[in-house]
Design a protein around this ligand. Structure first.
Ligand SMILES: Nc1nc2c(ncn2[C@@H]2O[C@H](COP(=O)(O)OP(=O)(O)O)[C@@H](O)[C@H]2O)c(=O)[nH]1
Ligand SMILES: [Mg+2]
Length: 288
């Protein structure tokens, strides 16, 4: 469905992109159209296989789609690759030269999106694009307000053999996030939502890696659906997840707890302050 009838010359690639915009708007479809957002940083070797797999998956459905890659000035040839892909598929690259960060890149993608359904996934092919149609079917059924992939629920798996410490770390981080999002894998970066969730979300703070949690909590979602995936090994390049990101994750959780359970965190803070204060006073009296 997305293949063009013949190769277009480079000279015409801008025309090709404008053409895609018109074509995807005019294509008749009984299903809602989707904007697929991919944050990228130094992912050049993964871009072509990713885009091909996304459109191969969507080819099986009667759904209009666009892919928006939001790159933080990787300078690794991503622009040339997307330029060539743009002649074949409705795909765009947004290069940010003055900003950096996965979550803010996703929000930039939403701002540029043309359609009312959003899917977010990583560029490194750890997230299988083949499940995108299933995620969108869940959204369209109207029985949920947020769809997230899971490595831990149902048939979900992690293909790579992680060291024990990493497995424990991931499980603990998952458990900490569960009260905020009642799913088996709230830390997943592969998810789908209605545009309305993003539009109604208050005071989005795109710090850290966990933009799904941020959108779910601040968008006041209450009814998530899960789609199991086989979480693959990164195809090429390196992970950008650092120790600093993991510390930021804990701070992020603290902020989301305060947002979601203001009374509870207020009471907890009071108990901690009064408790610590009382212990300090008793200690001072005992020593006096
Ligand atoms: N635009 C942008 N994308 C990023 C940044 N950091 C990571 N990404 C992208 O976010 C996705 C997930 O990052 P990755 O390093 O694979 O994290 P991991 O899967 O947790 O190891 C990949 O597509 C990365 O290229 C960033 O600072 N800016
Ligand atoms: Mg990854």
């Amino acid at each position: 469905m997305y293949r063009s009838s013949g190769a277009l010359s480079n000279r015409n690639s801008r025309v090709a992109r404008a053409g895609w915009a018109v074509i995807i708007y005019c294509m008749p479809s009984s299903l809602s159209a989707v904007s697929i957002i991919v944050p990228t940083f130094r992912e050049a070797p993964n871009i072509r296989p990713l885009v091909e797999r996304v459109f191969a998956a969507l080819d099986q459905t009667d759904r209009r789609a666009e892919v928006i890659l939001v790159d933080d000035n990787s300078k690794d040839g991503s622009e040339v690759i997307v330029e060539a892909l743009g002649e074949q598929y409705p795909v765009r690259l947004i290069v940010r030269r003055d900003a950096r960060g996965l979550s803010s890149a996703v929000l930039t993608g939403f701002q540029e999106a043309r359609f009312d359904r959003f899917v977010v996934l990583d560029a490194d092919l750890q997230h299988p694009p083949e499940v995108i149609p299933m995620m969108l079917d869940h959204l369209d059924k109207g029985s949920c307000d947020f769809v997230i992939s899971t490595r831990y629920g149902g048939e979900g798996t992690i293909v790579e053999q992680w060291p024990l410490l990493r497995r424990i770390g991931s499980r603990v981080a998952t458990l900490l996030a569960r009260p905020l999002m009642p799913v088996s894998d709230p830390m997943s970066g592969f998810f789908a939502l209605h545009r309305g969730v993003w539009e109604r979300a208050e005071a989005l703070n795109p710090i850290g890696y966990k933009i799904a949690l941020e959108l779910y909590v601040k968008g006041r979602c209450s009814n998530p659906a899960e789609v199991p995936i086989h979480f693959a090994t990164r195809a090429a390049g390196k992970s950008k997840l650092t120790f600093g990101e993991q510390v930021r994750y804990l701070l992020h959780l603290g902020r989301l707890y305060r947002f979601r359970f203001p009374l509870l965190t207020g009471v907890l803070l009071f108990v901690v302050v009064v408790g610590v204060g009382a212990i300090a006073l008793l200690a001072v009296r005992a020593l006096w």
